[in-house]
Design a protein around this ligand. Structure first.
Ligand SMILES: N[C@@H](CCC(=O)N[C@@H](CS)C(=O)NCC(=O)O)C(=O)O
Length: 207
Protein backbone atom coordinates (compact mmCIF):
# COMPACT_ATOMS: atom_id res chain seq x y z
CA UNK A 1 0.00 0.00 0.00
CA UNK A 2 1.13 3.55 -0.70
CA UNK A 3 -0.01 6.64 1.16
CA UNK A 4 0.42 9.98 -0.59
CA UNK A 5 0.68 12.73 1.99
CA UNK A 6 2.72 15.57 3.45
CA UNK A 7 4.16 14.75 6.86
CA UNK A 8 3.18 17.11 9.64
CA UNK A 9 -0.08 18.28 8.08
CA UNK A 10 -3.25 17.61 10.12
CA UNK A 11 -5.19 15.31 7.78
CA UNK A 12 -2.13 13.18 6.96
CA UNK A 13 -1.60 12.94 10.73
CA UNK A 14 -5.00 11.26 11.10
CA UNK A 15 -4.06 8.45 8.75
CA UNK A 16 -0.52 8.13 10.12
CA UNK A 17 -2.05 7.63 13.58
CA UNK A 18 -4.44 5.00 12.23
CA UNK A 19 -1.57 3.15 10.51
CA UNK A 20 0.41 3.10 13.76
CA UNK A 21 -2.58 2.14 15.91
CA UNK A 22 -3.22 -0.83 13.60
CA UNK A 23 0.47 -1.87 13.53
CA UNK A 24 0.59 -1.51 9.74
CA UNK A 25 3.70 0.68 9.40
CA UNK A 26 5.69 -2.11 7.71
CA UNK A 27 3.04 -2.50 4.99
CA UNK A 28 2.87 1.17 4.03
CA UNK A 29 5.15 3.20 1.77
CA UNK A 30 4.74 6.97 2.20
CA UNK A 31 5.03 9.13 -0.91
CA UNK A 32 5.45 12.87 -0.33
CA UNK A 33 3.18 15.21 -2.27
CA UNK A 34 4.61 18.72 -2.04
CA UNK A 35 1.44 20.50 -0.94
CA UNK A 36 3.13 23.83 -0.07
CA UNK A 37 4.41 23.95 -3.67
CA UNK A 38 0.99 23.02 -5.10
CA UNK A 39 1.90 19.55 -6.39
CA UNK A 40 -1.50 18.27 -5.19
CA UNK A 41 -3.36 20.62 -7.55
CA UNK A 42 -2.03 19.16 -10.79
CA UNK A 43 -1.79 15.89 -12.67
CA UNK A 44 -0.73 13.20 -11.94
CA UNK A 45 -1.93 13.65 -8.34
CA UNK A 46 -5.41 14.92 -9.27
CA UNK A 47 -6.02 11.65 -11.11
CA UNK A 48 -5.66 9.92 -7.74
CA UNK A 49 -7.84 12.46 -5.90
CA UNK A 50 -9.87 14.96 -7.93
CA UNK A 51 -10.47 16.91 -4.70
CA UNK A 52 -6.74 17.82 -4.78
CA UNK A 53 -6.06 16.98 -1.15
CA UNK A 54 -3.90 14.61 0.86
CA UNK A 55 -3.85 11.93 2.14
CA UNK A 56 -4.67 9.29 -0.48
CA UNK A 57 -4.28 5.56 0.04
CA UNK A 58 -3.34 3.60 -3.11
CA UNK A 59 -3.88 -0.13 -2.93
CA UNK A 60 -1.66 -2.63 -4.75
CA UNK A 61 -4.39 -3.06 -7.42
CA UNK A 62 -4.29 0.69 -8.14
CA UNK A 63 -7.50 1.62 -6.31
CA UNK A 64 -7.16 5.10 -4.80
CA UNK A 65 -9.02 5.92 -1.60
CA UNK A 66 -9.28 9.52 -0.44
CA UNK A 67 -10.89 10.93 2.74
CA UNK A 68 -9.33 10.09 6.10
CA UNK A 69 -12.45 8.33 7.34
CA UNK A 70 -12.60 6.02 4.31
CA UNK A 71 -8.88 5.27 4.55
CA UNK A 72 -9.15 4.58 8.28
CA UNK A 73 -12.10 2.27 7.75
CA UNK A 74 -10.11 0.30 5.18
CA UNK A 75 -7.03 0.05 7.41
CA UNK A 76 -9.17 -0.92 10.38
CA UNK A 77 -10.74 -3.84 8.54
CA UNK A 78 -7.82 -5.04 6.44
CA UNK A 79 -6.02 -6.61 9.40
CA UNK A 80 -7.36 -8.09 12.64
CA UNK A 81 -10.47 -7.01 14.44
CA UNK A 82 -11.60 -3.41 13.91
CA UNK A 83 -10.33 -1.26 16.79
CA UNK A 84 -10.90 2.27 15.49
CA UNK A 85 -14.28 2.23 13.75
CA UNK A 86 -16.31 -0.08 16.00
CA UNK A 87 -17.48 -3.67 15.86
CA UNK A 88 -21.20 -3.73 16.73
CA UNK A 89 -23.78 -1.73 14.79
CA UNK A 90 -24.19 0.56 17.84
CA UNK A 91 -20.44 1.18 18.22
CA UNK A 92 -20.04 1.87 14.53
CA UNK A 93 -22.93 4.34 14.49
CA UNK A 94 -21.78 6.24 17.60
CA UNK A 95 -18.17 6.45 16.36
CA UNK A 96 -19.37 7.62 12.94
CA UNK A 97 -21.54 10.31 14.55
CA UNK A 98 -18.89 11.57 16.95
CA UNK A 99 -16.18 11.49 14.31
CA UNK A 100 -18.31 13.66 12.08
CA UNK A 101 -19.04 16.08 14.92
CA UNK A 102 -15.34 16.42 15.72
CA UNK A 103 -14.59 16.87 12.01
CA UNK A 104 -17.31 19.40 11.24
CA UNK A 105 -17.24 21.47 14.41
CA UNK A 106 -13.50 21.45 15.07
CA UNK A 107 -11.16 20.24 12.33
CA UNK A 108 -13.05 21.59 9.32
CA UNK A 109 -13.89 24.83 11.15
CA UNK A 110 -10.21 25.40 11.99
CA UNK A 111 -9.27 24.58 8.39
CA UNK A 112 -11.76 27.14 7.08
CA UNK A 113 -10.42 29.79 9.46
CA UNK A 114 -6.85 28.95 8.42
CA UNK A 115 -7.54 29.04 4.67
CA UNK A 116 -9.79 32.13 4.73
CA UNK A 117 -8.72 34.40 7.58
CA UNK A 118 -4.94 33.83 7.69
CA UNK A 119 -2.32 33.69 4.90
CA UNK A 120 -2.93 29.93 4.94
CA UNK A 121 -0.65 28.10 2.52
CA UNK A 122 0.21 31.29 0.66
CA UNK A 123 -1.29 33.23 -2.26
CA UNK A 124 -0.44 30.58 -4.88
CA UNK A 125 -2.65 28.06 -3.01
CA UNK A 126 -5.24 30.35 -1.37
CA UNK A 127 -6.72 31.70 -4.59
CA UNK A 128 -10.08 32.61 -2.98
CA UNK A 129 -10.39 33.92 0.56
CA UNK A 130 -13.45 35.19 2.43
CA UNK A 131 -12.18 36.70 5.66
CA UNK A 132 -15.62 37.10 7.27
CA UNK A 133 -16.41 33.40 6.70
CA UNK A 134 -12.98 32.55 8.06
CA UNK A 135 -13.53 34.55 11.25
CA UNK A 136 -16.97 32.98 11.69
CA UNK A 137 -15.31 29.58 11.58
CA UNK A 138 -12.88 30.57 14.33
CA UNK A 139 -15.97 30.99 16.54
CA UNK A 140 -17.34 27.65 15.30
CA UNK A 141 -14.05 25.96 16.19
CA UNK A 142 -14.19 27.37 19.72
CA UNK A 143 -17.78 26.13 20.02
CA UNK A 144 -16.54 22.73 18.85
CA UNK A 145 -13.89 22.73 21.60
CA UNK A 146 -16.54 23.63 24.19
CA UNK A 147 -18.78 20.83 22.95
CA UNK A 148 -15.98 18.27 23.14
CA UNK A 149 -15.08 19.46 26.65
CA UNK A 150 -18.66 18.76 27.75
CA UNK A 151 -18.57 15.32 26.12
CA UNK A 152 -15.26 14.50 27.80
CA UNK A 153 -16.73 15.48 31.16
CA UNK A 154 -18.93 12.39 30.90
CA UNK A 155 -16.64 9.84 29.20
CA UNK A 156 -12.94 9.13 28.68
CA UNK A 157 -12.92 9.32 24.89
CA UNK A 158 -14.84 11.23 22.23
CA UNK A 159 -17.12 8.34 21.25
CA UNK A 160 -17.40 6.60 24.64
CA UNK A 161 -14.93 4.87 26.90
CA UNK A 162 -12.75 3.36 24.16
CA UNK A 163 -10.25 5.12 21.87
CA UNK A 164 -11.55 5.42 18.29
CA UNK A 165 -11.34 7.27 14.99
CA UNK A 166 -13.34 10.08 16.62
CA UNK A 167 -10.40 10.74 18.97
CA UNK A 168 -7.99 10.79 16.03
CA UNK A 169 -10.10 13.41 14.27
CA UNK A 170 -10.45 15.60 17.35
CA UNK A 171 -6.71 15.31 18.09
CA UNK A 172 -5.88 16.37 14.52
CA UNK A 173 -8.30 19.26 14.93
CA UNK A 174 -6.30 20.49 17.91
CA UNK A 175 -3.02 20.08 16.01
CA UNK A 176 -4.52 22.27 13.30
CA UNK A 177 -5.76 24.75 15.94
CA UNK A 178 -2.15 25.12 17.15
CA UNK A 179 -1.00 25.88 13.60
CA UNK A 180 -3.83 28.39 13.16
CA UNK A 181 -3.11 29.88 16.61
CA UNK A 182 -6.54 29.15 18.06
CA UNK A 183 -5.73 28.37 21.68
CA UNK A 184 -7.85 25.94 23.67
CA UNK A 185 -9.49 28.10 26.36
CA UNK A 186 -7.92 27.38 29.76
CA UNK A 187 -11.27 26.57 31.36
CA UNK A 188 -11.77 23.57 29.05
CA UNK A 189 -9.95 21.34 31.52
CA UNK A 190 -11.45 18.05 30.30
CA UNK A 191 -10.33 18.75 26.74
CA UNK A 192 -6.82 19.67 27.96
CA UNK A 193 -6.43 16.48 29.98
CA UNK A 194 -7.89 14.29 27.20
CA UNK A 195 -5.37 15.86 24.81
CA UNK A 196 -2.46 15.06 27.15
CA UNK A 197 -3.74 11.49 27.42
CA UNK A 198 -3.95 11.04 23.62
CA UNK A 199 -0.55 12.72 23.11
CA UNK A 200 1.03 9.96 25.21
CA UNK A 201 -0.11 7.22 22.79
CA UNK A 202 2.78 5.67 20.82
CA UNK A 203 0.92 6.32 17.54
CA UNK A 204 1.31 10.07 18.00
CA UNK A 205 5.09 9.73 17.51
CA UNK A 206 4.47 8.66 13.89
CA UNK A 207 2.80 11.87 12.83
N1 LIG B 1 -11.72 15.73 4.06
C1 LIG B 1 -10.37 15.47 3.62
C2 LIG B 1 -9.50 16.67 3.92
C3 LIG B 1 -8.12 16.59 3.29
C4 LIG B 1 -7.39 17.92 3.34
O1 LIG B 1 -7.99 19.00 3.38
N2 LIG B 1 -6.04 17.85 3.34
C5 LIG B 1 -5.24 19.04 3.34
C6 LIG B 1 -3.92 18.78 4.08
S1 LIG B 1 -4.17 18.77 5.84
C7 LIG B 1 -4.88 19.41 1.91
O2 LIG B 1 -4.49 18.56 1.14
N3 LIG B 1 -5.02 20.71 1.55
C8 LIG B 1 -4.70 21.18 0.26
C9 LIG B 1 -5.19 22.58 -0.01
O3 LIG B 1 -5.74 23.20 0.91
O4 LIG B 1 -5.03 23.03 -1.14
C10 LIG B 1 -9.86 14.17 4.27
O5 LIG B 1 -10.51 13.67 5.19
O6 LIG B 1 -8.84 13.61 3.82
Amino acid sequence: MKIYDFKGFPNPARVRMAVAEKGLADRVEYVTVNVPEGEHKAAPFTAKNPAAAVPVLELDDGTCIAECTAITEYLDNVVGEPTLTGKSPRERAVIHMMQRRAEATLLDAVATYFHHATPGLGPHIETYQNREWGEKNRERALDGMRYLDRVLGKQSFVAGNVFSMADITAFAGLIFADVAKIAIPAELTKLHSWRANIAARPSVKSI
